[in-house]
Design a protein around this ligand. Structure first.
Ligand code: PLP
Length: 360
């Protein structure tokens, strides 16, 4: 068996330890004689899996008691609709557009109410985070929306926007559990788990209880109401059971690593190795304003499309997979989520140095 260094933006690398454990339990989960994939979501065994997963993520993120943790489906993209359907009481929301995902979320919300884009970094291909310290927040805004880490462009909010008292909603799909967060600053934090937490098919939404009500937009389908899932403890219908089980294992793994402070330190170390090299390289260049650089997604270019393509091809041959940038921006992107080992980044930099020597 040989595993590559997988720099995919998502679905992405998961801890080897978790995958091995899941493989060992595949045919017989703890003496049940069946896989978690095959068992009833109403069984006591699965009940324990989902309850333990919730307890562990609560512990890791220090989630206050007045927040619900929901395990949902439909991808992060389904939240683009669920958020306005559930939260737009005044039918007004403010969006900060720092990339395609926030833009898509804003466009979806327009179907349900008035959307104000209060800040954007589209003027410079989303290569920075706009100053959000004194925004023109709408008086009647039901919430202010951000995409906290921009997977495609490699930017991250290092400081949360000043929402002037309005509820903050954040898509954290690509920085989920990569560092500690103060949950109490948000109304909703949500993310697709397929980058840092587990397999595609699960979305985790952490929502302050007062935002979970029956007062939703008229016509909201039962499955798209947060209250449906909160009341049923994420078991209103058949949940993505196997995915939740893997997320639970990743939570345990994170705890074993020392929790979110420890993982942040490791993520900073990894990112520094790559950014330091990009800053000194004469061939490669990072595309993001240094102060807004993501710890998770690192885009870079040579400035020559053919050379970029050559690099991606040769890197793949050398065992570094999925380094091609998003189709909308080109160049390269190394996604270095929690489960990417430090050696993976060190070896990538070694490879880049050798490529630079040969191609400069
Ligand atoms: N939000 C962010 C930040 C993403 O990176 C992605 C996917 O890459 C999405 C939303 C969309 O996620 P999904 O494919 O689960 O709908």
């Amino acid at each position: 068996m040989s595993r590559v260094y997988n720099f995919s933006a998502g679905p992405a690398v998961l801890p080897e330890e978790v995958l091995k454990e899941a493989a060992a339990e595949m045919l017989d989960y703890k003496g049940c004689g069946m896989s978690v994939m095959e068992m009833s979501h109403r069984s006591s065994v699965f009940q324990e899996i989902i309850e333990t997963a919730e307890a562990d993520i609560r512990d890791l993120m220090q989630i206050p008691d007045n927040y619900k943790v929901l395990f949902l489906q439909g991808g992060a993209s389904q939240q683009f609709a669920m958020i306005p359907m559930n939260l737009m009481k005044n039918k007004v929301a403010d969006y900060i557009v720092t990339g395609q995902w926030a833009k898509k979320a804003a466009k979806e919300a327009e179907k349900y109410g008035e959307v104000h884009v209060v800040a954007s970094s589209e003027d410079k291909t989303f290569s920075y985070i706009p100053d959000c310290s004194d925004l023109d927040i709408s008086e009647d805004a039901d919430y202010v929306y951000i995409c906290e880490n921009n997977t495609i462009y490699g930017t991250k909010f290092k400081e949360l926007p000043n929402t002037k008292g309005k509820t903050l909603v954040a898509d954290v799909s690509s920085c989920f559990l990569s560092e500690p967060v103060d949950v109490s600053k948000y109304g909703v934090i949500y993310g697709g788990v397929q980058k840092n937490v587990g397999p595609a098919g699960v979305v985790i939404a952490i929502i302050r209880e007062d935002l979970i009500t029956d007062d939703v937009l008229e016509g909201t389908p039962t499955m798209l109401k947060y209250k449906t899932h909160a009341d049923a403890k994420s078991l209103y219908n058949t949940p993505p059971a196997y995915g939740i089980y893997i997320c639970g294992k990743v939570f345990k793994w994170l705890k074993k690593q020392g929790g979110l402070e420890a993982i942040k330190e490791r993520n900073e170390k990894k990112a520094e190795i790559l950014y330091d090299y990009l800053d000194e390289s004469k061939l490669f260049k990072g595309t993001v304003v240094p102060k807004d650089r993501s710890l998770m997604n690192v885009p870079f270019v040579t400035g020559d499309k053919d050379l970029d393509a050559k690099f991606v091809k040769e890197a793949k041959k050398a065992g570094f997979e999925n380094l091609k940038g998003h189709r909308s921006v080109g160049g390269m992107r190394a996604s270095i989520y929690n489960a990417m080992p430090i050696e993976g980044v060190e070896k990538l930099v070694e490879f880049m140095k050798a490529f630079e020597k040969e191609n400069l």
